[in-house]
Design a protein around this ligand. Structure first.
Ligand code: ADP
Ligand code: MG
Length: 609
């Protein structure tokens, strides 16, 4: 019998370990930026080529490394930041596990140049696949420059899993924002494919926030500052009017480490209470500082979740601090808050559709035009391909022959519909369900689900073939986005164009919406794009959908008639007609049922016959 257990060679062990730490270019960016911060740098330059796939370089002016340390730094579990287990509970540095450089060196080609102030010459090291290829003294500035080239060159399976450049770049920008927001005193730049994307002078948090997230926040931030024995909270929340339709700009840091916490997010949102416009998300960057012993940061290196010794206390503090800040702020007349809050409470803004208002609006000519346009997709014969088929033909020929007034035409006789086995609309129930008769029973059709299915098939068809019709905006609207949303929108633009959006980039993180698909209400252009981005981001990340399919899903969901909307008989009939011309009328794109069928037999059973 031979023994069968081997020790893995270092480079393979490191590669396996690297899988935990370096999942994508952005993970390496995070580790390298954090090392530069830990080294006490006051200036950090991040250089990216090809969304990090070919190059990630971080140049810092921090304390540098000795020749021995430079070589040591690539060993697994090599760290200068802790010496014994007790140190774990006092960690103030970003790193401490000593895994990052070893992992990076296992999955990429590395060039390191580093020098300490006290050394005349620095050290140059080249590593490939965990193997040192070259080490020699070199002349270089104080500090460290690490270049990581061709990420995953030796692990093709992982390389193939990387997303599009736009998507990977979005993750990199996220990490860059997290680190640079946490250290506004440090000068940062980010250069991508030779173009400088960010140039962040050192300053205070407010300045950094505005540099990163846009000047629109300049007059829209409320400071939060609370100091207690247990923890400190500092930072900013956006005024209610700065709230966004997309969840983007929400940042929590615990001891300067970016974290994600739905729980604490809830604390902030609840502090805003009724001040927030419906369906919008508050903007904030909040820094919680507490004794490291109260937090368990010894979690997985790439996880952004955190465990607090007592989560509920932190929740209560965050909520109270934000409430306090908002209240303090609202009594300060120089800041216009009372006025804004009052405006937001007025009926016109908060409830634009009281019945009275609705009646007056719907009577106007303008509304009629809008609503006709809005229904264009229901009635427009251009969509006949998957759409109205026989039914429309039937009426068109009939109308030619007999010249019957239009109103009569749209209502097919019961007889003819049943004959073709198309359900005939009877009535709308609860403003949500359409009851429709079949030969031997009836259907309860969920109107929103039905419309989602119809739109889904229509959009899916148009994105594959010709461009969907666009309506030009009379007054093009500009859209300002956060860098992450900017990257996302850039990525979606080609598909959005096919769907009928006409959107052009317009300066940094801004876009002009010049046209929208023919069935979107004109005054909702901006909203529709914002909602689309938001839905897209929160679309469950099941792998079975391509980005394009996700987009089509989101569009369909957004544009569908909603439950609770009253429909005319004509609208219902067209809806049902279009539904049954779909390839898969019985389920929504997400797999929910569109209708429930009751036949004679079942009904009799239900009644005990
Ligand atoms: P950790 O940050 O967890 O200690 P790393 O693998 O990221 O582990 O880095 C290993 C060690 O290399 C660090 O502890 C630090 O001493 C040194 N080091 C890494 N990057 C730099 C840098 N940019 N400047 C100076 N020292 C660095
Ligand atoms: Mg580190």
């Amino acid at each position: 019998m031979t023994d069968i257990i081997n020790l893995l060679p270092d480079n393979i062990a490191n590669q396996i370990a690297a899988g935990e730490v370096i999942q994508r270019p952005a993970s390496a960016v995070k580790e390298m930026l954090e090392n530069a911060v830990d080294a006490g740098a006051t200036a950090i330059n991040l250089i990216i080529n090809d969304a990090g796939k070919s190059l990630i370089q971080v140049i810092d002016n921090g304390k540098g490394m000795s020749e021995t340390d430079a070589r040591m730094s690539f060993e697994r579990h090599a760290t200068s930041k802790i010496q014994n287990i007790d140190d774990l509970f006092h960690i103030r540095t970003m790193g401490f596990r000593g895994e990052a450089l070893a992992s990076i060196a296992a999955v990429a080609q590395i060039e390191l140049k580093t020098r300490r102030a006290e050394d005349e010459l620095g050290t140059y090291i080249e590593i490939d696949n965990s193997v040192v290829k070259k080490q020699e003294p070199c002349a270089c500035p104080v500090g460290t420059s690490i270049s990581m080239k061709n990420l995953f060159f030796n692990v093709p399976a992982r390389r193939n899993f990387l997303k599009s450049n736009a998507a990977e770049m979005r993750h990199i920008v996220d990490e860059f924002i997290h680190v640079s927001l946490a250290f506004p005193g440090i000068f940062f730049t980010l250069t991508s494919n030779g173009q400088q994307v960010f140039h962040l002078e050192s300053g205070n948090l407010k300045q950094r926030f505005i540099q990163l997230l846009g000047h629109q926040y300049n007059t829209r931030l409320v400071p939060v500052n609370e100091t207690t024995d247990y923890l400190d909270i500092n930072g900013f929340v956006g005024k209610p009017e700065a709230a966004k339709k997309t969840r983007g700009d929400q940042y929590f840091f615990v001891n300067n480490r970016f974290i994600k916490s739905a729980y604490l997010n809830h604390a902030v949102t609840s502090a805003f209470d009724a001040l927030l416009p419906k369906d919008s998300f508050p903007v904030y960057a909040l820094f919680i500082d507490l004794n490291p012993a109260q937090v368990d940061i010894n979690v997985h290196p790439t996880k952004q979740e955190i465990k607090f010794e007592d989560e509920k206390i932190v929740y209560a503090f965050v909520q109270a601090a934000v409430k306090h800040a908002l209240a303090q702020f609202s009594v300060s007349p120089s800041l216009d808050f009372t006025l804004n809050a009052d405006i937001m409470q007025t009926e016109a803004v908060s409830q634009p559709f009281t019945d009275q208002h609705k009646a007056s609006v719907t009577a106007s000519e303008l509304y009629k035009k809008f609503s006709q346009k809005n229904q264009a997709h229901l009635l427009d014969p251009r969509h006949g391909k998957t759409g109205l088929g026989n039914w429309r033909d039937f009426f068109e020929t009939k109308s030619n022959k007999e010249n019957i007034p239009n109103e009569e035409l749209v209502k097919p006789s019961l007889y003819e519909e049943v004959e073709k086995n198309i359900p005939v609309v009877q009535t709308q129930l609860l403003n949500t369900y359409i009851a429709a008769i079949l030969n031997d029973g009836f259907l309860l059709i969920h109107q929103q689900h039905a419309h989602e299915r119809i739109l889904f098939e229509r959009y899916a068809a148009s994105i594959q073939s010709i461009q969907a019709p666009t309506q030009q905006s009379l007054f093009p609207v500009t859209l300002e986005l956060s860098p992450q949303d900017d990257a996302l929108l850039q990525e979606l633009l080609p598909d959005l164009r096919l769907l009928g959006y006409k959107i052009e980039p317009f300066g940094k993180s801004s876009f002009i919406i010049q046209g929208v698909p023919a069935d979107i209400l004109q005054r909702n252009e901006k909203h529709s794009v914002e909602i689309l981005l938001e839905q897209y981001k929160h679309f469950s990340s099941e792998l079975k959908f391509s980005p394009r399919e996700k987009l089509v899903h989101c569009m369909a969901r957004q544009q569908a008639i909603k439950a609770g909307q009253s429909l005319t008989e004509k609208e219902m009939q067209v809806l049902v007609e279009e539904l049954f011309n779909c390839t898969m009328p019985s389920v929504t794109p997400n797999g929910n049922p569109v209708f429930v069928e009751f036949n004679d037999e079942q009904l009799l059973k239900l009644f005990g016959k």
